[in-house]
Design a protein around this ligand. Structure first.
Ligand SMILES: [Zn+2]
Length: 297
């Protein structure tokens, strides 16, 4: 009984920590990997960061959580002393935009799709987590927004952000460095696990499938692909993930056609053949079935 109580208390503490967003970041280390002459990937906690650092200065893709800004800056300072001129947000979620306010205060210009600014400007309810995300302070908001595509002509190449409608959210971008042959997929790509799809922010499984197909069309066998979460990937990793999503879509469509309810499809473990490989992350088989089931076409 006592052990049970202690376990419950620990679980409750863990859950309340996650829900309040008050994670402890003191043990997080931010590490960098060089992907090209002027392109790097940073990992820490939250979404993977892409960095361009060259003669014209530095710009970054996503900025994780606010308490990590100093560690992110220190990691960048190992290869560039130049100011961070721009931050591009791949979407609005706090594990990708949390550093906006601190970077903006040091002079960075924040750039994102129109819907990123829109969602960060007001309180958001994330249905999957049953959690409210408070509106961001004005200083954290993107000051340059775009609808379909935006290019930055810096450090010897034209880097393009392409909007992916109704994918992980309604404001996702994938970012392509054509000369360096690097692609940042944002959270349209969780490498090695089932993805979180934020239906309450306008996301959908068909949109994620489309985004991954668009990423594949930009990539070749030598492309270094930065996923929103998970380790650095190749085109074959993105292809495997894309194919898994198609299988999930088709399994859910077949379950619907056979007259099953969502609850019955979950109980029947319709994704069992995929779960061993893809279901070990924080998104469980029941979650991915639910995302697929509830996605608009
Ligand atoms: Zn996200």
């Amino acid at each position: 009984m006592k052990a049970w109580t202690q376990t419950s208390l620990l679980l409750l503490l863990a859950i309340s920590t996650v829900c309040s967003g008050q994670q402890d970041f003191s043990n997080v280390t931010v590490q960098s990997q060089q992907l090209g002459e002027s392109v790097y990937m940073l990992t820490g906690a939250g979404g993977n960061i892409g960095v361009s650092a060259g003669a014209d200065g530095v710009f970054i893709i996503d900025d994780q959580y606010a308490p990590l800004s100093d560690k992110i800056l220190t990691a960048i300072r190992a290869f560039s002393k130049a100011p961070i001129r721009y931050v591009i947000n791949t979407h609005w979620h706090g594990d990708h935009t949390g550093g906006n306010e601190t970077f903006a205060a040091t002079g960075s210009v924040i750039i994102a799709h129109n819907n990123v600014r829109k969602r960060m400007s007001s309180d958001q309810f994330m249905a999957h987590f049953q959690r409210n995300a408070e509106a961001s302070p004005p200083q954290a908001l993107p000051v340059i927004t775009f609808s379909d595509r935006l290019s930055l002509h810096l450090n010897g190449e034209s880097v393009s952000a392409y909007h992916q409608p109704h994918a992980h959210t309604d404001g996702d971008s994938i970012i392509h460095w054509p000369s360096s042959n690097v692609l940042h997929m944002g959270d349209t790509f969780f490498n090695t696990t089932y993805p979180f799809i934020d239906l309450s922010s306008g996301g959908s499984l068909p949109g994620v499938i489309k985004a991954t197909a668009n990423g594949l069309a930009l990539a070749n066998d030598d492309t270094r692909i930065i996923p929103g979460h998970g380790p650095l990937a190749s085109k074959s990793d993105l292809q495997a993930y894309h194919d898994m999503l198609i299988q999930v879509r088709d399994l859910v469509a077949a379950a619907k056609d056979s007259g099953q309810t969502l609850e019955q499809a979950i109980a029947a473990e319709i994704t069992a053949e995929l779960d061993q490989q893809w279901g070990q992350g924080f998104i469980k088989p029941a979650d991915i079935i639910t995302f697929a089931w509830q996605s608009p076409d």
